[in-house]
Structure formats: structure tokens, C-alpha cells
Design a protein. Structure first.
Length: 349
């Protein structure tokens, strides 16, 4: 249910390297030791182009973290270009990245989807990486990073079902798209796997002009869902989520599962856990593969690669303030399911 754009600021992001699994850290170190760009006399440039000027947007900051840490690992020169929040401003910064001699250009956000292909075709010497928003029939020097969000969505459904006292859970998302429908189905499947008799409310969508940043609309939808007896809600609407949390008063005893980043610290006691997207980890791994010769048009990362996760199963879970940490039997079941997904014993799709 995530999207990498639009976004709004809330909560902190895990530092890229310290937040990775041991397996992924070993893989990255192996990649860093392979022959390739790391031995070049003149450090190649990797440039991150932001879709908007600098702000405290956590997911956009993950882009900077990922590029900076990838540069350290693979001996590259990293920089960030801030775009004015217009089509012309973003196009200008893409052109500037090429003119500055970037070997790799990384972008995040749907804002770049309609711009990137034409720029890439005019700069065949540069590899362009775009997160999540893949381009049909893209130029051969474009690599898209996608996320197996359905894996973490499945775990979120399990958690919601196991915690629910009313036997009714639900999901409030930003907008009804094919990706979010897929994650909604995974949420429902995980819930029924954990508790077959669970009732899953029909998803409610914020929609409208600003589906990712409309807290009042999300608050109203939450009240509707609570009125229908739902007591655990997956809030998968980015910046609109604050409206979900606001509606969860002590009187209704409802709980939420956040999304994108750790939102437990945004609403202590109201948020059980979060479905996180680690764009920084994905960027580090993708750059390592590209730096060592890959020309793949797409990389698909999930739980195994540390690109998606539940906050409560992460290395820094103890500091997350997530309410689910008080329910150890549930956490154990989630760990077992996560391990099964990573090993391939359990399939979501």
C-alpha cells in the first residue's frame, strides 16, 4: 500500500547500513570487493535528484542516505540536486546531473516517470535508477526498483487478525490502484491465514485531490470503520495517516498499523507496528549490482533483501515505541511467518 510519492514528513528513518540484515550486509561487502567501479582512478559520480527542494520528508531522505552510503561502499562521489517542484525544475536538474558527468542518477517519485525516458535516451552513457514507478518500453539505460510490498502486507494482516478483539479488521488506503489492491489482498490473505474466522472490512480509500495528504478525510473514514466494529486498522495512506491516528481515541480502544516509516513514535500507544519501505537499502543493493556490471532493467526487492519490513521485526525494534512489542506470542508468530516468506516456504502471490 505504500507509495514513494507524494510523501509527507513524519517519524525517523533507520540508518541504512546499521538497519540491514546480516545477510544483506555480507552481500553488500562482497559486491564492494568485486572488481569494477571501486578501483577507478577518478571516482565516478552518483547523483540523487530530489523532486522537490530539501525538507524533512523521511522517504526522500532515504534517497540521500542510500546514495551517500552506496558511494562510500563503492568508492563513488555522491551529490544531491534539489529540484524546484515543477516539471521544468525537475527536468533541469536531470539535465544538470548528466552535464556533471553522473555515472548513475537516482530518482524517487512518480513526478519523474514522464520525464526520465526522454532524458535517458539522450544520455546513453548514464545509468538512471527510478524507484517503484517503472516505465513501459523504457530506454535500455533505465533500471527500475520495485518492492515486494505484498510480503509485508501479508504479515500486517496476520498481526491485525491476531490482535483484534472484535474479530473485525480493516484497511484505509490513499487511492485504489492495482498495486494497492494487490497489497490489500495480501493483507486479507494474511489475516485469514492467522485467524480463518476474521472479518476483513472492505477497504476504504481517501481518494480526492490529495489522497496522500488529507488527514480530515482519513479521520472520517476511520470513524466510519470503527462504527462498523473494526478495532484494528492498517493505515496505508502516507500523510493522511495522522487522521487515522487522531480518530483512535482511548474510548474506542482501536489500534492502527502504520506505513512507510516508523509511525509508532508519531502516535504512541495507538500504533501497533508499521509496514516499512526501506528505499535506502534498495538503492545500496541496486547500485552495488550496477557498479559491478549489471544492466538489468528491473530489480525486485522484498523481505529477503531488507527492502520491506515490519518495524517490530527490525534490529531497532526495542526503540520503536511500537505497541505490538508487549505481545510476544504474536511477535513470535510474525517472526516465523517472515522467515517462511524469506526462505520461500511460504508464498504470498
Amino acid at each position: 500500500m505504500m507509495t514513494l510519492a507524494p510523501r509527507t514528513p513524519h517519524a525517523r528513518s533507520r540508518l541504512t547500513l546499521s538497519g540491514l540484515s546480516g545477510k544483506m550486509r555480507r552481500l553488500l561487502l562482497t559486491l564492494a570487493l568485486l572488481p569494477g567501479l571501486a578501483g577507478a582512478a577518478d571516482l565516478p559520480k552518483i547523483i540523487y535528484v530530489r523532486p522537490v527542494p530539501m525538507n524533512d520528508d523521511v522517504l526522500l531522505q532515504q534517497g540521500s542516505n542510500g546514495v551517500n552510503n552506496a558511494a562510500k561502499l563503492y568508492k563513488m562521489q555522491a551529490s544531491t540536486l534539489e529540484s524546484q517542484a515543477t516539471r521544468a525544475g525537475r527536468l533541469q536538474q536531470l539535465d544538470n546531473a548528466v552535464k556533471q558527468g553522473a555515472k548513475i542518477v537516482v530518482v524517487m517519485g512518480i513526478e519523474f516517470k514522464d520525464l526520465l525516458d526522454s532524458v535517458a535516451r539522450q544520455a546513453p552513457q548514464t545509468r538512471f535508477v527510478i524507484l517503484e514507478h517503472c516505465i513501459d518500453n523504457a530506454a535500455s539505460n533505465i533500471t527500475c526498483i520495485t518492492f515486494r510490498e505484498s510480503e509485508a502486507s501479508y504479515l500486517a494482516g496476520m498481526q491485525a487478525a491476531l490482535v483484534s478483539a472484535s474479530g473485525k479488521i480493516g484497511l484505509i488506503g490513499a487511492s485504489n490502484t492495482a498495486l494497492r489492491q494487490k497489497n490489500s489482498e495480501a493483507f486479507s490473505n494474511g489475516a485469514h491465514a492467522a485467524k480463518p474466522a476474521i472479518s476483513v472490512h472492505e477497504p476504504l480509500w481517501v481518494e480526492g485531490a490529495q489522497p496522500f495528504n488529507d488527514p480530515p478525510r482519513a479521520e472520517a473514514l476511520t470513524k466510519t470503520m470503527l462504527g462498523d466494529g473494526v478495532d484494528v486498522i492498517w493505515a496505508a495512506a502516507a500523510g493522511s495517516n495522522s487522521g487515522v491516528f487522531k480518530a483512535l481515541t482511548p474510548q474506542n480502544r482501536g489500534k492502527a498499523i502504520g506505513s512507510g516509516v516508523n509511525q509508532c513514535i508519531q502516535a504512541p500507544g495507538k500504533v501497533l507496528d508499521n509496514v516499512e519501505v526501506h528505499a535506502d537499502s534498495a538503492i545500496i543493493l541496486a547500485v552495488g549490482l550496477l557498479a559491478n556490471g549489471s544492466t538489468a532493467p528491473r530489480f525486485d526487492f522484498g523481505l529477503k533483501e531488507g527492502a520491506v519490513a515490519l518495524t517490530a521485526l527490525g534490529l531497532d525494534a526495542a526503540y520503536s515505541e511500537c505497541d505490538i512489542l508487549h505481545q510476544r506470542p504474536v511477535l513470535q508468530k510474525l517472526r516465523e511467518a517472515s522467515s517462511a516468506l524469506i526462505s520461500g516456504k511460504l508464498k504470498v502471490d
